[in-house]
Write a protein that binds this ligand. Structure first.
Ligand SMILES: [Zn+2]
Length: 312
């Protein structure tokens, strides 16, 4: 198991190349690995992608959101595609999210502002994990920026990138992703998940399910019908990975809800339930599209604030 991993603070949306060196005297160090009971949990980014800022913040006017998240000349905001690596001492190796993957066309990469190759496999290798070691893959949902690394081409054959793993997805997400409509089609790429069915390695989840002791996936309708969050409660601590119904800390205010969400009022209700719980129970929280890091959520006078866990 790797020792505690550190990386320096970086500006949101900048490339990984700028943080390959640990800079002395740069201030606080972001904590990228935590212990939750029996589990070691690490967070890393598969890379940066870019989506329309207006779509990311729904009804919030640009004059407000661009202060939190500056847009580029195409009105896009840059975001990380975060993954978790969860390990215990009994040989379980869990990967949560697989990033955008290696199958995007040049046009798709241009449209989504993806400049670098996917980092997922290198990040796992750096932590001593080979694809064959992974026992479980969890996709919070099946959009291309979360499930792209599930599969790759071996010659002209599409194969599972983690051949010994079970892939855990909500049943409703699977059904909707297999039959996308005019509104959802742009986010689902069948090659990311359809081949998994034939491998017999697909585990379809209904609502809440404990995949390993204390490791739960829980459906939260909002972003899609079948989006699931990941929660680990063990040894008196809880870690929670948001999924896209709350993609980053800028979505903590209740009305800041992406226009991408298919059920925005359900997102609102889920935030009303989950945010007070996260604050009161001092959950360690991480987001799908924030800078890869862990933090806590505090509430003051009805407003929620994220504070990153750091060292040094
Ligand atoms: Zn996403």
């Amino acid at each position: 198991m790797n020792a505690m991993e550190k990386t320096c603070v970086r500006t949101e949306g900048t490339s990984w190349a700028s943080v390959t060196t640990l800079l002395a005297g740069s201030g606080a160090w972001i904590l990228r690995q935590v212990r939750i009971g029996r589990y070691d949990v690490g967070i890393f980014s598969d890379g940066i992608f870019r989506l329309d800022g207006g779509s990311m913040f729904g009804v919030v006017p640009k004059v407000l959101w661009e202060k939190a998240k500056p847009a580029d000349e195409l009105n896009r905001v840059a975001m990380d595609m975060n993954c978790l690596l969860i390990r215990d001492e009994r040989g379980h190796v869990v990967v949560v999210e697989t990033g955008a993957g290696p199958k995007l066309t040049e046009k798709q990469k241009r449209n989504y502002g993806i400049d670098a190759p996917p980092a997922l496999l290198d990040e796992l290798r750096r932590r001593g994990v080979r694809p064959d070691d992974v026992t479980l893959v969890i996709n919070t949902h099946l959009h291309f920026d979360h499930a792209g690394g599930n599969t790759h081409f071996d010659g002209d054959r599409l194969v599972a990138s983690f051949p010994k793993a079970t892939y855990a997805v909500q049943r409703l997400e699977w059904e909707d992703a297999m039959r996308p409509n005019e509104r959802t089609r742009g986010s689902y790429l069948l090659d990311d998940y359809a081949p998994l069915e034939a491998t017999g390695k697909l585990e379809l989840i209904d609502d809440a399910h404990e995949l390993l002791p204390g490791l739960w996936v829980e459906r939260v309708q909002g972003h899609t019908r079948g989006t699931q969050t990941v929660r680990i409660s063990d040894g008196g601590r809880t870690l929670w990975f948001s999924s896209d119904f709350m993609p980053d800390r800028h979505h903590l205010p209740l009305p800041w809800i992406p226009a991408f969400d298919l059920f925005p009022l359900d997102t609102l209700e889920a935030k009303r339930t989950l945010l007070p719980q996260a604050a009161e129970d001092r959950w360690t929280v991480s987001f799908t599209h924030d800078v890869p890091r862990f933090g806590t959520i505090d509430e003051a006078e009805g407003r929620y604030r994220f504070t990153e866990l750091s060292e040094g």
